[in-house]
Design a binder for this molecule. Structure first.
Ligand code: AHM
Ligand code: MG
Length: 342
C-alpha cells in the first residue's frame, strides 16, 4: 500500500487551532470554549452508549421547569457541560433547558454566555433512538457592567458567535459554525477523537422529505394543512409525493435535513399556542447551522434569528430546512391566512 496516498485525518482539536490561526488577533478563548464542549460531549456520548447497561437510564423522579419528566441522563449531560464551561473561566453564565434561571459560573468577568439544551429528544432515551446536545454562544454585551442578569442573555440569534450540536446516533457527530460555514466531525471511539468529516457542508436547495408530528394535524392552521397535502400529492416533476420522516429528536431530524434536504416543522397548535421548541437553545442554534449550510429558518413569517427574545425559555413555531421548501410552505401559510381573514 502506498502510505503517501492514505488520507491524513484531522482532529477537531487541530481544526480549531488552525481556524484560530487564520485570525491573528484571536485570543483563543472561543477555541477553548469549543474544546470544552467537545470534551463534555465525549463524556456524554460514552454515557449515552452504555445507558442500557447501567441504571443511569430512566426517570429520576423530578420534573424540569416545563413540567416534563427529567431523565437521569439529562441531568448528567447538564452537569458535564456546565462544569466543563466553568473550569475554563471564559464563560460568565449558562442558560440551560434544565435550569429555571441563569446559572452564574465562577468567572463573572468571562466574556461568553452559553445556551444549552444538554440532551434534546430525551423522550427517546428509553427507546434507544438518537438524541443530542445543542449549544449557542453569545458575547456578553455589557461585560464589566455590574451584576449578571437574565437581560444580558437576551440577544437575537443573529448575534450568536458560534453554535452547534452533538448527535448521539449510530455514530456521534459534532457540527458547529462560527459564521464561516458548517464543519462536521465524527467521533472515533477507538481513539477518543472527533475526526473532520466535512469542512463546509452545503445542504440541497430542495429536498423531498417533510418532517412534522402529524398527530397534531387537526390543530394546525389551514395553510399548513394544505402544504402537507401538497407534499403528499403526486407530481414527478417536483419529486412528490415527498417522504415523511419524524424522529422526535430535533437534533436528529435537523441532521438528516442538513444532509438530505427537506423541511422540519414544529408549528403552533392549540396545545402549543407559541410552538413547543425553545428559541434560544433549540431554534436559534439550529437555524444558524442550517442558514450557514444554505438553508432557511422562519417562524412562519419572520426569520428565526431576527426574533428579539424577551425570555430565556421562550418558545417559537419553526419552519426550517432547504431554501425552496421553506419558501413554499411560507407561500401556503400566507395565501391561506389571507383567505381565512376574508
Ligand atoms: P426536549 O428538549 O424536552 O427533548 O423536547 C424537544 C423535542 C424535540 O427534540 C423534538 O423535535 C420535539 O420535542 C418532539 O415533540 P413532539 O413529541 O411533540 O412531536
Ligand atoms: Mg430540547
Amino acid at each position: 500500500m502506498d502510505s503517501s496516498k492514505s488520507k491524513r485525518l484531522e482532529t477537531l482539536e487541530e481544526y480549531i487551532i488552525q481556524s484560530q490561526n487564520r485570525f491573528p488577533g484571536a485570543t483563543g478563548e472561543l477555541s477553548q470554549l469549543l474544546r470544552d464542549i467537545s470534551l463534555a460531549a465525549k463524556i456524554i456520548s460514552r454515557e449515552v452508549n452504555k445507558a442500557g447497561i447501567t441504571n443511569i437510564l430512566g426517570v429520576d423522579g423530578s420534573t424540569n421547569i416545563h413540567g416534563e419528566a427529567v431523565k437521569k441522563l439529562d441531568l448528567f449531560a447538564d452537569q458535564q457541560l456546565i462544569s466543563a464551561l466553568d473550569r475554563s473561566l471564559i464563560t460568565c453564565m449558562v442558560i440551560s433547558e434544565e435550569n429555571d434561571g441563569i446559572v452564574k459560573l465562577s468567572s463573572q468577568g468571562g466574556k461568553y454566555i452559553v445556551y444549552l439544551d444538554p440532551l434534546d429528544g430525551s423522550s427517546n432515551i428509553d427507546v434507544n433512538v438518537s438524541i443530542g446536545s445543542i449549544f449557542s454562544i453569545y458575547m456578553r454585551e455589557a461585560r464589566f457592567n455590574g451584576n449578571l442578569k437574565e437581560d444580558d442573555a437576551l440577544q437575537p440569534g443573529i448575534k450568536q458567535v458560534a453554535a452547534g450540536y452533538v448527535l448521539y446516533g449510530s455514530s456521534t457527530i459534532l457540527a458547529y459554525t462560527t459564521g464561516l460555514g458548517v464543519s462536521v466531525f465524527t467521533l472515533d471511539p477507538s481513539i477518543g477523537e472527533f475526526i473532520l468529516s466535512d469542512r463546509s457542508i452545503k445542504m440541497p436547495d430542495h429536498g423531498a422529505i417533510y418532517s412534522i408530528n402529524e398527530g397534531s394535524y387537526n390543530s394546525w392552521d389551514l395553510g399548513l394543512k394544505k402544504y402537507i397535502k401538497y407534499c403528499q400529492e403526486q407530481d414527478p416533476d417536483t419529486g412528490r409525493p415527498y417522504t415523511a420522516r419524524y424522529i422526535g429528536s430535533m437534533v436528529a431530524d435537523i441532521h438528516r435535513t442538513l444532509i438530505k434536504g427537506g423541511i422540519f416543522i414544529y408549528p403552533h397548535s392549540s396545545k402549543y399556542p407559541n410552538g413547543k421548541l425553545r428559541l434560544m437553545y433549540e431554534c436559534n442554534p439550529l437555524s444558524f447551522i442550517i442558514e450557514q449550510a444554505g438553508g432557511k429558518a422562519t417562524d412562519g413569517s419572520k426569520r428565526i434569528m431576527e426574533i428579539e427574545p424577551d425570555a430565556i425559555h421562550q418558545q417559537t413555531p419553526v419552519y426550517i430546512g432547504s431554501k425552496d421548501n421553506v419558501e413554499k410552505v411560507t407561500e401556503f401559510l400566507e395565501t391561506y391566512k389571507k383567505i381565512e381573514q376574508v
